[in-house]
Design a protein. Sequence first.
Length: 231
Amino acid sequence: MKKFCLILFGPPGSGKGTQAKLLRQHLNWPHISTGDMLREHVQAQDELGREIADIMQAGLLVPDELVNRLVEERIARPDCENGFILDGYPRTVPQAKMVLNLLDRKGFGPVVAYLKVDYNKVVARLTGRRLCPQCGALYSLASNAPTISQICDYDGARLIVRDDDREEVIRARLEAYERQTMPVIEYFREASVALYEIDADGSPNAVRARICMVIPACRKEVAPAAGLGLQ
Ligand code: AMP
């Protein structure tokens, strides 16, 4: 049987991280977030972390070679053998080229879930987003607030605002998305990659059900009424 991997694609704040965390449990596939991997290096203040800290603070994209290398190394690990979820990667056409090539060599068919959401909602979601620095749980002040204000439900840690979720940085991230990431959609279409537009408005579980409908490994488990925008 052909092996699949899921690429979660969409602007910052479209819910890629939230969906990846839900789907990881569902599919039993590892969640590979380039944003998380890069933040770990920044936190560790290692050589790579020092090189990219300012770029990330400014909401700009880290150079392709660095991200490509991290992803290639991560996908080579044994836990990725049966499938994996890419979140926030690829984000440029050169990254897309490299990953399609790599997946082809490894015998994986990519399925792209393109999470579509209104831009105003994206800004509201990002400014209201809170992160647990300990376990990585994500909260939204509007739709998924912690039980006790500012405290993680799972481990009691004090929640933080990501450095790049400040309004001026959000603008730079959206600009980078439009300029460098949007062209990847066209590239995927030209390469005949299986790409599905998913309405990313709604509760996390409703969106998860829509994504499940396009993944061969879990399609049969969800109701057909999930509301797909197949292309
Ligand atoms: P994210 O957590 O996916 O929103 O990513 C946070 C930041 O990490 C981005 O604003 C970029 O600075 C950097 N980053 C994450 N993924 C990539 C990527 N695929 N290519 C370049 N930079 C990335």
